[in-house]
Each structure stands twice: as C-alpha cells, then as structure tokens.
Design a protein around this ligand. Structure first.
Ligand SMILES: [Zn+2]
Length: 437
C-alpha cells in the first residue's frame, strides 16, 4: 500500500523532534574500565576467572545489541565468555576476536607500582600485569563496538562478530581454546576469520603476526658405565652428554649467527636453549658424591620451530647428531601443540592476495591512518595455533605502537593514549571485517 504524503511528513517531523544528539565518546570512562579490569587478579597460579567473566559480561551487556554466553569447554572452574554482535546475514562466516583472561604471575617486590593497582602516572602510563598481555585488547574490542554504535546507531554488521574471552592461554590453552575449538558451540559460530593477540611495536608501525613458532620440550639422556671418580674410561654418561651439549650449542650458534647477520629474524630460526642439566649421585647432605661418575645424565632444551621448518628433518638430526644411540643416548620430545593443519599444511596464514581477509585487514588499518610493518612470525606461541590448525585465516595483532615490549616483564605498562588509539584502530577493523561480503 502506498503511504499518503502526510504520513511521511509526520514521520519526518517525529524523527526530527525525537532524535537525540550523538553523545560524545567518553575516553576517560574507557580508561577507567580498562583499569578496573586490570585490577582483577587473573594471574596464575590462581586466576580469578569468575570475577573477570562477570566483569566482562556486565561490560558487554552495557552495550546495546551485544549478547553474551558463558561456556565451560573443559571444567566448571574454567569459564569462557562469548560475546556476540549479530550480523544481518547469518549465512556468511563470522569474525572471531579473541583475548585470554589469564596472565603470568608478577613479583610485586620488583615492580615500581603494585602489579594489580593499575596506577596511572602523570605521563599517562598505566602499570599492571596484563596491561599489554593482553587485557588491553579485551577492553578495546568492547569499547570499539560501543563507539561504533554510539557514533552510528544504525550500524549493523553484515557478518556476525564474536569475541571470545578464554582461560588458560598462558599455561598452554589445553583447558581453554584447545577444548573450545572442539566444541559444538564453536562449530556453530562458523568462523571465517580469527584475530588474536600480537605484541607491542617499538616503532611507529603496528606489528602483525601470520604464524607462531611451535615449542618442543626436548630431553636428551645419556647412560654409561658408572665408576670411581679417579678412573679414566670412555663412554661415561657425563662425557656422552657433554658431547651432545657441544653439538647442540654449535647448532644454536649457527642459527643465532643468521639472526645477528640480519639474514633471518629471531622468530624465523630454530632456537634450542639449554634449560636444565641433571646428573650426579646425591651424597645425602644436599651435595653430590665427588668420587663417583654417574651412570645417567640428562639435559633439557626449550626448542622452538618456525612453521617453515620440516619437523621430521629436525627429528632426524636429533636422532643422528644430538642424541645418537651409538653413544648410548636417547631422547624424548614433547610437542606442545600442532605443527600442521588438518590438511597437513604448515600453520601459516597467507599475507597476500590469495587471502582476501588480508586486504580487508590491511586496508582497515590504513583507513584510520595506521601503518603496518612487514608481517612476522611470533617467536612464542599463542592460542592462534588451534585456529590455524582448523585452516581458519588468523592474525596476531595488538595495536600498541611506540611502546616498549613488556609482556611477562616487571613494570608492564601501557600508555593511556596508546590504549585509546587502539580503540580507534579496532573501530575501523571491526567495521571493515564485518562489512566484507
Ligand atoms: Zn598473551
């Protein structure tokens, strides 16, 4: 039915008289919400997940159009909060933004401000464990959506945007993201693109990560004939172990030389760092028997593999050169996470035209005046690996430029203006990704 002209005029009149002016974005309120979240003690070994989840849940519910759900992918003491900003076309794959709730412990005596005080100094630095890793992005996601709705109340994303707040990332994610991606709730999200944490950048450009290195815990064991401390003989456990330690040290030196020469980045080589040595016969008084050569000795290594490395070749090298059975050596590798996706491909997300999400992401940052540095492999490991394993395009990104890298360090802080800039960046990213058809 065609509406008469007076009806249209009446609607126009009503909307003109009832339209509210757009309230200004309250930056100070965003900063204090960030500080309040930082004050919740979510550091290991006893992260307060329930307080954090109820805080984030009520924050999300204070924003129009957002829905929340609390899930328990592993156990009732490890909640996961899922926030949803529904899109107009649910048949399209969704966007998932992620932040882990937990953080590493802090030693208060080594901090200039108490690590859970979220003190803001005169120069704007907010000190707290988790300020960079990664409670900033947790709040920035929500503040960005709040601002989008505030400045454009009619904005509706085409694709649905979800935010996941997950437990246990800092201890491997086995009871967090690893379990969540196996759940039916996750499958129902139909995720097409995943954005996870990154790291601060000391330059004027933002950093983006397209892969993580994968950690291996390697233990090399040597056995040999025991003997009196005074005897000289071949193939003692200690002699065999020390030969291996030398071989691994040489390998490490060669890898590190590539970094020092600028040929490869730190995260592009295999690192093999000696983390413990174990041998000796205890004498009972806290010392060791000095006149005995032990029959067993072992060395522990933290090994990190970039996705460009063939893990089978490294295993071959370990078996043949680092711990050869011909020298009575054995080894044990605990792989702390997947190395290949479900199709057998290395866990890397393309940063070229073959990945349409890359262009949308890159352009969104450019659109709000930001600049990206060359995409990198992350030296360490995040929950992103569980999504890459499913073949989901995934980037690591935390918008912190001109900021010292302080994750897991004493006196971790983030500047208030950097935090606010990050909200602007996410406004652009969320709008672009959710409008991409
Ligand atoms: Zn983190």
């Amino acid at each position: 039915m065609v509406k008469p002209i007076w009806y249209t005029l009446l609607l126009l009149f009503l909307s003109a008289t009832t339209a509210q002016p757009v309230p200004p974005v309250d930056a100070e309120a965003s900063i204090s919400r960030f500080q309040n979240y930082l004050r919740i003690k979510t550091a290991h070994p006893h992260p307060d997940y329930s307080t954090a989840v109820s805080f984030l849940d009520s924050l999300a519910k204070s924003i129009p159009n957002l829905h929340t759900r609390t899930l328990y992918p592993a156990t009732p003491d490890k909640p996961l909060l899922l926030v949803t900003f529904p899109g107009s076309n649910p048949s399209l794959q969704s966007i998932l933004l992620n932040s882990h709730i937990d953080s590493v412990p802090a030693e208060p005596s080594k901090w200039s401000h108490p690590p859970f005080s979220a003190v803001r100094t005169d120069d704007g630095n907010i000190f707290a464990r988790g300020a960079q890793d990664d409670k900033c992005i947790a709040i920035q996601y929500l503040e960005a959506i709040r601002n989008i709705i505030l400045t454009d109340p009619h904005f509706t994303p085409i694709r649905t945007v979800h935010i996941s707040y997950v437990p246990d990332e800092e201890i491997g994610g086995l009871h967090g993201m690893a379990k969540f991606v196996e759940s039916k709730e996750f499958k129902q999200l139909n995720v097409g693109f995943f954005l996870d944490e990154g790291q601060a950048s000391t330059t004027d450009q933002y950093r983006v990560f397209y892969a993580d290195r994968s950690p291996w815990n390697l233990v090399i064991k040597a056995v040999g004939m025991p003997g009196h401390g005074s005897r000289m003989f071949d193939n003692s456990a200690m002699e065999n172990l020390m030969k291996s330690v030398e071989v691994v040290s040489k390998f490490r030196e060669n890898q590190f030389d590539l970094v020092k020469a600028g040929v490869l980045a730190n995260s592009e080589v295999i690192s093999a760092n000696l983390v413990y040595l174990k041998a000796g016969i205890p004498s009972g008084d806290g010392n060791f028997a000095m006149n005995m050569q032990p029959s067993e000795a072992e060395a522990g290594y933290d090994v990190r593999l970039p996705p460009t490395v063939d893990p089978d070749l490294l295993k071959k090298r370990i078996g043949e050169e680092w711990a050869p059975a011909t020298r009575n050596m054995s080894y044990d590798i605990v792989e702390k996470g997947p190395l290949r996706d479900y199709m057998g491909r290395p866990l890397m997300t393309a940063t070229n035209d073959s990945n349409p999400w890359w262009s949308v992401f890159k352009d969104a940052i450019k659109a709000c005046g930001g600049e990206l540095s060359k995409p990198e492999i992350l030296s360490s490991t995040t929950d992103a690996r569980y999504l890459r394993q499913l073949g989901i395009p995934t980037f690591g990104f935390s918008p912190m430029k001109n900021t010292p890298i302080l994750l897991h360090d004493h006196n971790e802080y983030l500047k208030d203006s950097t935090f606010l800039e990050g909200i602007k960046i996410y406004e652009s990213i969320i709008k672009s990704l959710s409008s991409f058809e």
